[in-house]
Design a binder for this molecule. Structure first.
Ligand SMILES: [Zn+2]
Length: 387
C-alpha cells in the first residue's frame, strides 16, 4: 500500500485537508495524516496541491501526432501517454467517418488496447464511434462520402469495442440502431444531425442519453424551431461541450450551465492529432486540417476537431462561469463517469480506482496517477514530440 498526504482532497462534492489517501491500484482509505501506517511502501507529498479524481475524455480523436484512425496500438499508446499530461486517466478513442475497413481496423485496435492496457498511459474505455451514421446535412469535418444508414448489425458485431455511438436520429429507421445500442449497453448520443426538437425528444424518451458537442453539428437554436440543441437543453440528458471559445462562445458556457446545472454537462476536448504540436497541417479522418492559433479548420473554413486539452477546457469553463474549480472538476470526472456507468471512476472514495491528479493553485497538472502508479510528473515533463 502507498500513501499520499499534504493535499486538499476532493471527495464527493466537497474537499478536505489534513487527510491522507491510502491506495494500491484502488483507493483503500482516507485517514487522518497522523494515522498513515508506518509500513506503507511509499509516501507522496502533495505539497498543498489539489487532489482531484482523474479526468475522463469521452470525445478525443488524437493528440501529439497520433490518431484513433491510425488503427495502431502504437498510436493509441501515444495518445494514452500524452493525455496523462492533461490529467486524463481514462478516455474513449474517437473514430471518424471513413470506409468500413478503416473503421473496422480502428475498432480492432481499440479493443486490443482495452484488453492489454498501455503500461504508462490513460486507460482505454472503448471507442466513441462518431460516424458513419450521421446526417449529410450536418457533417462538420466528417467525410460525407462514407456516411451510411444506421446499421444495428454493425453495432452488434463491434459491441466489445464500442462505448458510445453518435448518430443522427432522423436517419435511424424505426429506431433500430437506438434499440440495438440500448440492448448492447452502449451509450447512444445524438449528433451531426438536423433533427427537429420533437424527433430529438422522442429519441431521448426512447433512451438516447447524451448530445454530442452541443451546438456543433446541429441546426442552430431558433426560438420557434429549437431543434436538437433545444431538446438537449430541455431533456434530462447529458450534453458534451467543447469549451475552447472557438466551437462555443464563452457566454454559451454560462447559459448552458444555467440550463443544465452541474451534473448534466461533460467537457470534452474533441482534440485531433495536431493538438499540442503547434501550428501546421494535419490529417483528420482523411481530411486535411490546418491549425492556426486556437483554430483547426478544413480548407473551406469548416471547424475541424480542436486543439483543446481537457485541463484547459476545465480552466476556461471555470474562469468564464465563475464556478469554483473544485466544483467544475466534476464536469470532467464524475459526470462522464456517470454517463458511461463507470461506477469506480470519477470519484475519490474507498473502493474506487486509484486514478487521480494533483493540480496546483492555478489548476495546472502537476502529477497524474493511474491505477495507483505515477504516470506523469510535471518536473520530468518532456515535450510531446519526445514521447
Ligand atoms: Zn469529434
Amino acid at each position: 500500500m502507498k500513501a499520499l498526504r499534504g493535499g486538499k482532497i476532493l471527495t464527493g462534492r466537497t474537499w478536505c485537508e489534513g487527510k491522507a489517501l491510502l491506495f494500491d491500484e484502488r483507493i483503500r482509505d482516507i485517514v487522518p495524516e497522523s494515522a498513515v501506517p508506518s509500513d506503507v511502501e511509499s509516501v507522496t507529498e502533495a505539497e498543498g496541491a489539489w487532489v482531484a479524481p482523474g479526468f475522463l475524455d469521452i470525445h478525443v480523436h488524437g493528440v501529439c501526432g497520433a490518431d484513433t484512425m491510425d488503427a495502431s496500438s502504437a498510436s493509441l499508446e501515444r495518445i494514452a501517454e500524452a493525455l496523462t499530461a492533461h490529467g486524463v486517466t481514462a478516455f474513449c478513442p474517437t473514430t471518424m467517418t471513413m470506409d468500413e475497413p478503416h473503421i473496422d481496423a480502428a475498432l480492432q485496435a481499440v479493443h486490443t488496447a482495452m484488453t492489454t492496457p498501455p503500461r504508462r498511459g490513460a486507460r482505454v474505455l472503448g471507442a466513441h464511434l462518431e460516424g458513419p451514421f450521421l446526417s449529410r446535412s450536418r457533417l462538420g469535418a466528417q467525410d460525407g462520402t462514407f456516411v451510411r444508414r444506421p446499421d444495428p448489425d454493425f453495432v452488434r458485431r463491434w459491441q466489445r469495442a464500442l462505448r458510445l455511438v453518435t448518430f443522427a436520429p432522423e436517419e435511424d429507421e424505426e429506431w433500430r440502431l437506438l434499440d440495438a445500442l440500448r440492448e448492447a449497453a452502449i451509450v447512444p448520443s445524438l449528433g451531426h444531425s438536423s433533427a427537429t426538437y420533437e424527433l430529438a425528444m422522442e429519441a431521448f424518451r426512447r433512451g438516447a442519453k447524451s448530445a454530442t458537442h452541443l451546438f456543433n453539428g446541429m441546426v442552430p437554436f431558433h426560438h420557434r424551431r429549437p431543434g436538437l440543441s433545444g431538446a438537449a437543453l430541455d431533456a434530462d440528458v447529458t450534453c458534451e461541450l467543447i469549451a475552447d471559445g472557438v466551437h462555443t462562445h464563452p457566454a454559451v458556457f454560462r447559459l448552458v450551465l444555467a440550463m443544465k446545472g452541474k451534473d448534466r454537462l461533460v467537457l470534452v476536448s474533441d482534440a485531433m492529432r495536431g493538438s499540442c504540436l503547434g501550428e501546421g497541417t494535419w490529417d483528420l479522418g482523411g481530411q486535411t486540417v490546418t491549425v492556426r492559433g486556437e483554430e483547426a479548420t478544413l480548407s473551406d473554413g469548416t471547424i475541424a476537431g480542436s486543439i483543446l486539452t481537457l485541463d484547459r477546457a476545465l480552466r476556461n469553463f471555470a474562469a468564464e462561469t465563475g464556478l469554483p474549480l473544485w466544483e467544475a472538476v466534476r464536469l470532467v470526472s464524475g459526470n462522464p463517469a456517470r454517463l458511461l456507468e463507470e461506477k469506480d471512476r470519477g470519484r475519490i472514495e474507498p473502493g474506487c480506482r486509484a486514478d487521480f491528479v494533483l493540480l496546483d493553485e492555478s489548476w495546472r497538472v502537476r502529477k497524474t496517477f493511474v491505477a495507483g502508479e505515477e504516470v506523469f510528473d510535471d518536473h520530468a515533463r518532456r515535450d510531446c514530440t519526445g514521447l
